[in-house]
Design a protein around this ligand. Structure first.
Ligand SMILES: Nc1ncnc2c1ncn2[C@@H]1O[C@H](COP(=O)(O)OP(=O)(O)OP(=O)(O)O)[C@@H](O)[C@H]1O
Length: 786
């Protein structure tokens, strides 16, 4: 059944310096060091932060201190905060991101073709030692193809990319309601088209793409791949030049919720949105944690969330497709109609775009019992906890308010909450509760038992995986990014550390604190439904290949922040000319490369060298015949330094999904794919928390002034407070509180699939076992060979 554990490599402890952190965090830290002499402990209660008033003050010296609201019963409470940050208004609007001038020193490393850096001779660029041993991969055919493809791409110019400055997160209500409405329609229609897709996919694929076979074998057949790539490049040309675009007026969903009755029509032919109705293999028996039954399949069920009135209006029109879905064995939440009792929502929550999913807070810190520390970031810790009442396991992220104020991370957490709360996607971690106390913010999320995908990679001998397995993870990441882009968010921090593994082995994107909301104009944007040109002589449009232009949601948006993770950062971010959602497609290219080869393509011996390589070097591939031409072509197109020619820059995810590398992927059924490996909690596994103990120790437990015992008791003291403080309800938070926009709320749970606590497990050690249900063609064996 499973291959023995000893085929796994013991992961090497991560050198804290070896693996780069999200870059914005590095910059904030160095900037902070040069501007502040704070000696306050980096984590702790607000009283700790009182001590650091003088140093914190530096950050807000331009702000006018607001006088304490002596009339307010909450005045005294917030005086603690005020003493730290002066004007809360300036805090809320203040950018917490470091602008590019901070790193302008690297600009001489920019490529010679960039007009800003044309004076730098290219010979001055140090060669990455990593790249030095690599085969220079300039296959004449590929080079020619790339040239043709890029020429084709560049022919359709980018208009409307005006420069806008990044603004604090605003309500996404317009966009979100439109999108949710869109998704709602698409979900239902999705059901009706899925059966068609099932029967048509093979036919369509075979008509569009000449060969439909195992990629590992097709990789040996250069001719087939050349044809596919030719076809893709040719189709791209037609596609991007408006070739066979569906007429937008008639078939495109054009409206927000307000016009639900007339606007809910979308031709089933034209939809291939990612459905939020969950399809999957039902796991009727609830699995206890610690079950090591690798044959168990877990459905990734999500409650669909729709405003009740919308559901009622559309019940009739969608009943048929819902029924069709049921026949197909899909999990569909049938609306309860008249029985629905409106749950209580605070006034503030009612104004939020995600208010249909959440109700007033139902839990408090005391509702949870700490099991263990899962990890920690700059301003907080993530604990594995069990909810006392239900025995369910969750990951509870606890962030220290004072620390967030000092590090100007308030905007970050608001964005993170907004994204987690707005999302309803199988590959994005579910937020169950969020709340705040006097000193802390809490995000209670789905516990991703498999931990970081990065750790799973570390257990491979060569730290890499087979192409088939890389395709699996890349397709799930693409779907998650597509969804985020549709919501109007740019993720900006894709890397294996931020991809968590669900107990089922599917991915879960997490850590959205570097994300940005691209559509802050309040303008409702219209998703374009596009049908790519058919290669068949009949010219009949293929329904399974119909795509949505996700780029429309961030059109015209550019932001100048310097964010990302060193080895994953896109050239346009380094150049500082602003960047768009295309940065996410760059990072996807780096991720696929790292999955395949075990290292990133531009890593240098120091930050400057890495940036230089990113700006100057073309991606090269090790002499590795295991990787197909299609795969290399995809990576090259994603790692195109010119963001306007980069794959994904025209239609967003639709561009990527059409690439021949993904030709076998059935995008609507990603959740039904068998993951290459299943995480298992077992005493024979690895304790990754211990491995990463050097990572980001920023808190009181790392205070050099404390010895071992004192550190321990200091942490225990803090944890006591974290799990004891009283929840502050939304209405208790005054408007001048910097955390006013952080909602205390609970998900309206219809279907909670969280793990149940079992006390026979330490929850400390994880191993990854091959999925015996994954077919041979999915090459899980290769995964474990590596
Ligand atoms: N839902 C979850 N399930 C399981 N483990 C999690 C979950 N969320 C976070 N973790 C673990 O906690 C660690 C810290 O999470 P966090 O979101 O703070 O990310 P970070 O990037 O390390 O920190 P930062 O907040 O500074 O970005 C992660 O690296 C991960 O190992």
């Amino acid at each position: 059944m499973n291959e023995p554990q000893d085929t796994l490599e013991k992961p090497i402890p991560i050198n804290p310096k070896g693996r780069s952190k999200s870059f914005n965090k590095l910059l904030s830290k160095s900037w902070k060091r040069s501007t502040s002499s704070s000696n306050a402990s980096l984590s702790g209660t607000m009283s700790d932060h009182k001590k650091s008033n003088s140093s914190s003050h530096n950050y807000f010296e331009d702000s006018k201190a607001s006088s304490p609201d002596t009339n307010s019963p909450l005045g005294s409470k917030f005086s603690k905060l005020r003493s730290l940050f002066g004007s809360e208004a300036s805090l809320r609007s203040g950018s917490d991101e470091i602008n590019i001038p901070k790193i302008k020193h690297i600009s001489p490393l920019a490529p010679a073709d960039d007009e800003n850096f044309s004076h730098i001779p290219s010979t001055n660029f140090p060669k990455s030692p990593k790249n030095a041993h690599l085969e220079d991969h300039y296959h004449p055919y590929e080079t020619a193809q790339n040239a043709t493809y890029e020429k084709q791409h560049s022919s359709s110019s980018h208009s409307g990319q005006s420069s806008t400055t990044e603004k604090p997160p605003s309500s996404t209500s317009n966009l979100s309601s439109q999108f949710k409405s869109f998704l709602h329609v698409s979900n239902d229609n999705q059901n009706s088209i899925q059966s068609d897709e099932l029967s048509n996919t093979t036919a369509n694929n075979s008509s569009l793409l000449p060969s439909y076979k195992n990629v590992s074998s097709s990789s040996l057949n250069g001719i087939d791949e050349n044809e596919e790539l030719d076809e893709f490049n040719h189709a791209s040309d037609k596609f991007h030049n408006g070739g066979d675009r569906a007429p937008p007026k008639k078939e495109v969903y054009t409206s927000s919720l307000k016009e639900s009755s007339e606007s809910s029509f979308v031709s089933p032919d034209d939809l291939q949105a990612f459905p939020s109705i969950v399809i999957g293999i039902e796991n009727n028996e609830k699995q206890g944690v610690g079950s090591t039954d690798e044959n168990s399949k877990f459905a990734l069920r999500r409650a669909t969330s729709e405003p009740e009135n919308k559901l009622k209006t559309n019940i009739k029109s969608h009943q048929t497709s819902l029924d069709n879905g049921t026949q197909l064995g899909l999990h569909i939440q049938h609306p309860k109609g008249a029985d629905v009792v409106e749950p209580k929502r605070s006034r503030r929550l009612r104004n939020k775009s995600f208010s249909n999913k959440f109700q007033d807070i139902r839990v408090s810190p005391q509702s949870f019992e700490k099991i263990r520390l899962l990890g920690q970031g700059d301003v907080g810790k993530v604990y594995l906890v069990k909810e006392k009442a239900s025995n369910r396991l969750y990951a509870l992220k606890i962030l220290t308010k004072g620390e967030m104020i000092k590090r100007k991370k308030i905007k970050r957490i608001l964005t993170e909450q907004e994204i987690l709360a707005s999302s309803n996607h199988p590959f994005i971690v579910t937020l169950y509760h969020s709340f705040q106390t006097e000193d802390y913010l809490y995000l209670c999320m789905e516990y991703c038992m498999g931990g970081e995908f990065f750790r799973a990679l570390q257990t491979r001998k060569s730290k890499c995986i087979s192409e088939g397995d890389a395709r699996f993870y890349a397709s799930e990441v693409t779907a998650a990014l597509e969804y985020l882009h549709l919501l109007g968010f740019i993720y900006r921090d894709l890397k294996p550390e931020n991809i968590l593994l669900h107990k089922s082995g599917h991915i879960m994107l997490s850590d959205f604190d570097l994300s940005v909301q691209a559509n802050d104009s309040g303008k409702v944007k219209t998703p374009m439904i596009i049908t790519p040109p058919s290669s068949s002589s009949s010219g009949k449009r293929s329904r399974s290949n119909t795509m949505i232009d996700t780029k429309v949601f961030s059109d015209g948006f550019r932001t100048n922040s310097f964010v990302g993770t060193e080895e994953y950062i896109a050239p346009e971010v380094i150049r500082g000319n602003g960047h768009t959602a295309a940065v996410d497609w760059w990072t996807l290219g780096i991720l696929i490369y790292e999955m395949l080869f075990g290292f990133t393509p531009f890593k240098g011996s120091n930050t400057n060298e890495t940036f230089c390589n990113i700006l100057k070097n073309e991606v090269t591939f090790p002499n590795n015949n295991d990787v197909s031409r299609n795969c290399k072509d995809l990576i090259k197109k994603l790692l195109c330094k010119n963001e306007q020619k980069r794959l994904g820059s025209k239609m967003g995810a639709a561009d990527i999904k059409r690439h021949p590398f993904f030709k076998k992927v059935q995008w609507s059924f990603l959740r039904n794919q068998e993951p290459p490996l299943i995480p298992v909690l077992t005493e024979n596994g690895y304790d990754f928390t211990k491995l990463s103990k050097n990572k980001k120790r920023q808190d009181a437990t790392n205070n050099e002034d404390l010895d071992g015992e004192n550190k321990k008791s200091s942490l225990e003291e803090l944890e006591k407070i974290m799990f004891q403080e009283r929840v502050e309800n939304d209405d208790e938070i005054s408007e001048d509180n910097p955390f006013h926009d952080f909602n205390s709320m609970s998900l309206m749970e219809k279907d909670n699939d969280s793990l149940i606590y079992g006390d026979n497990n330490s929850y400390g050690k994880i191993s990854y076992t091959p999925n015996s249900n994954r077919s041979r063609s999915n090459s899980h064996r290769n995964f474990f060979k590596k």
